[in-house]
Design a protein around this ligand. Structure first.
Ligand code: GCW
Length: 608
């Protein structure tokens, strides 16, 4: 079972130790008739050039890992039955193309929907070497190069990774090396206190010294460790705020410790008040990241990267681009996406993400960020992603991190071909279904950008007011007349965090794109949309359509000739999705119908 690499029949042997050896191994199986020669040119780094020689053989020139990426380029083209396109030259857009696993030492995965951890069991690192090689190959084949293996919520005993567990960590790093993958570790900002230091104050000399010594020990064992990932002062995690310091103080202190080894500090900006009183109308959660970080622009060390979730809330189906990604021009930024389908169907409902990512890039200039990260959707299920079709998100994320101009349709179609090798008509059907899946899910869940409305904590299934009187700052304030929060200058002022052209696009409900309407505005149910429908009618229509479309999708999908075991899993999950879609449709429509008292113009069944 090797997902989109099912065409590679030979497992990578343990004897393969370097990316060049791996490239040769792979090429010898896929191009047995043709000589493919390799020349290493260190100056090319991760890039490669492929040429046809006068004798018809192929030649790849590339840096240490560039050779491997060039080889996979040829191999995937060949497996796709496409003419290998040469000459070709390619360099990745972003140097760090990262997967963040939220795996805990006990083997559980926070927001994991594909089984248990591939790395941890019973408090220890205990990876299965064969699966690590399979995983390494999958990641390398789409150019991913950094893997953070432990949860950003660093619960004990994850701290031991920097202590007693270093040798097993070094062994894991070695196992990933032939695939060009470097490890990263999530660290606990208060870890010095485990060594008897009474504080974790980033300006305290003993704390600074502790991190320096620790970095020296860690990089001695793992010379190519990419760096540390930090969640600080967020959802109960320790951080600089406890000592009256800001996040530049915190991040720069760690950056200084890892700098001698070429390490980076990836510092997450998911900082907000998660103890908000629902009565407090002065606080608007989406404003939080900007308020904590924008004023620090230019103050972070060169080896600090601020990792910003793509939207200002938390991986909802539809959120605008986070204003921080547009505003911090003097800071290294990474955009964080989430492959794990926390709010997007738990890898039960179909949800292909690349159309959504491309929408983000419509507003995000590619060069504003220098790195792309995604929360992992992986686990130890045989198919790695729980739902076999969820693997398309990992695959396309890799393509996008290499080249943000990757075309959604081609990328998804190639994934289908590599994974299933269907005939052309079936491949087209599957591609179309996958590309439409996000919009369908969006239609039957929370309406028009309002987000949330999920079952609290678990985040699957509808619960319109589940978070309404809670502490998390995620309110819709639906009453009998209106719904939403005004985030314009007249309201909470969130929109003021954006540059002028974006403000203009969203500030007037008459011209604001429909799908963002309830993210930005509080509107009466009788508000007229541009197409003439009222807001309430649009909500009803979307939900009925979403349910209908999910049924039509199921019918088409289940008629495709998936092989077992995928066929069985897809069927079982699709049944659950249809149940979920119906619950969402009926509960959301009933919720708004009961509040507004306005009937559906088409007289469809809504519950009183
Ligand atoms: O929304 C929250 C998730 C948490 C997660 C957090 C984060 C790792 O529900 O499970 O914690 O986001 O991104 O840090």
């Amino acid at each position: 079972m090797n997902l989109w690499l099912s065409g590679l029949k030979e497992a990578v042997p343990a004897e393969v130790k370097t990316p060049a050896e791996l490239a040769r191994f792979e090429l010898s199986h896929v191009f047995p008739e043709k000589t493919v020669t390799l020349t290493e040119d260190p100056a090319m780094g991760e890039g490669y050039r492929i040429e046809t020689m006068t004798d018809g053989s192929l030649h790849i020139t590339g840096g240490r890992t560039g050779l491997l990426y060039g080889a996979y380029r040829l191999i995937l083209d060949r497996l796709c039955r496409e003419a290998v396109t040469v000459p070709a030259e390619s360099f990745p857009k972003y140097g760090l193309r990262m997967i963040n696993c939220w795996d805990n030492p006990d083997g559980s995965i926070e927001r994991g929907y594909a089984g248990k951890s591939l790395f941890f069991k019973n408090g220890k690192l205990s990876p299965d070497p064969e699966r690590i090689r399979e995983l390494g190959r999958l990641l390398a084949s789409v150019g991913l190069n950094v893997l953070c293996i432990n949860n950003v919520n660093v619960h004990f005993p994850a701290q031991l990774l920097l202590e007693d567990d270093l040798p097993s960590l070094a062994a894991l790093a070695e196992a990933f090396r032939p695939f060009g993958i470097r490890l990263m570790l999530s660290v606990d900002f208060s870890q010095p206190m485990r060594s008897g230091i009474p504080t974790a104050d980033p300006l305290d000399p003993a704390v600074r010294e502790w991190w320096k010594k620790t970095a020296a020990r860690v990089w001695d064992a793992l010379p190519d460790l990419a760096g540390f990932l930090v969640k600080a002062d967020s959802e109960g995690r320790p951080g600089p705020f406890s000592y009256g310091r800001n996040h530049a103080d915190g991040a720069n202190m760690l950056a200084e410790a890892v700098e001698p080894y070429g390490g980076v500090i990836v510092w997450r900006c998911f900082v907000y008040n998660c103890r908000q009183d629902w009565r407090d109308t002065a606080t608007d959660r989406p404003k939080a990241a900007w308020e904590h970080y924008a004023f620090l622009d230019g103050q972070f060390a060169d080896n600090v990267i601020l990792q910003v979730k793509h939207g200002p809330f938390d991986f909802q189906v539809r959120e605008p681009l986070s204003p921080l990604l547009l505003g911090m021009k003097k800071t290294n930024l990474a955009m964080e996406l989430q492959l794990a389908q926390e709010y997007t169907g738990h890898q039960i409902d179909l949800y292909t993400m690349i159309p959504m990512w491309k929408e983000l890039y419509e507003e995000l200039p590619e060069d504003n960020i220098m790195s792309l990260a995604a929360v992992s959707n992986l686990g130890d299920d045989t198919n790695y992603t729980g739902h076999p079709l969820a693997a398309v998100n990992l695959y396309t994320f890799g393509l996008l991190a290499w080249d943000p101009s990757a075309d959604p349709e081609t990328s998804v179609a190639r994934w289908c071909r590599l994974t299933y090798g269907f005939a052309s008509a079936e491949e087209k059907t599957l591609t179309k279904l996958l590309l439409s899946s996000r919009r369908i899910y969006e239609k039957y869940t929370a309406p028009l950008g309002i987000g949330w409305m999920v079952n609290p904590h678990e985040h699957y299934g509808p619960n319109p007011s589940g978070y309404e009187y809670d502490l998390w700052g995620t309110y819709h304030k639906a009453d009998r007349n209106a719904v939403g929060i005004d985030r314009t200058e007249k309201g909470t002022g969130y929109l003021s965090q954006y540059p002028e052209e974006i403000r203009k696009k969203y500030e007037d409900p008459e011209t604001c794109p429909d799908l963002y309407l309830l993210f930005y505005h509080r509107l009466p149910y009788t508000f007229r949309m541009r197409d003439g429908r009222t807001l309430i009618q649009r909500i009803y229509d979307d939900h009925f359509e979403g349910l209908e479309e999910s049924r039509a999708m199921a019918e088409k999908l289940l008629a495709l000739p998936f092989p077992e075991p995928d066929a069985g899993v897809i069927r079982e999950r699709m049944e659950k999705q249809l149940y979920n879609a119906r619950e969402w449709c009926d509960i959301i429509n009933t919720f708004f119908h009961r509040l507004s008292g306005i009937p559906d113009e088409h007289g469809r069944k809504i519950y009183d």
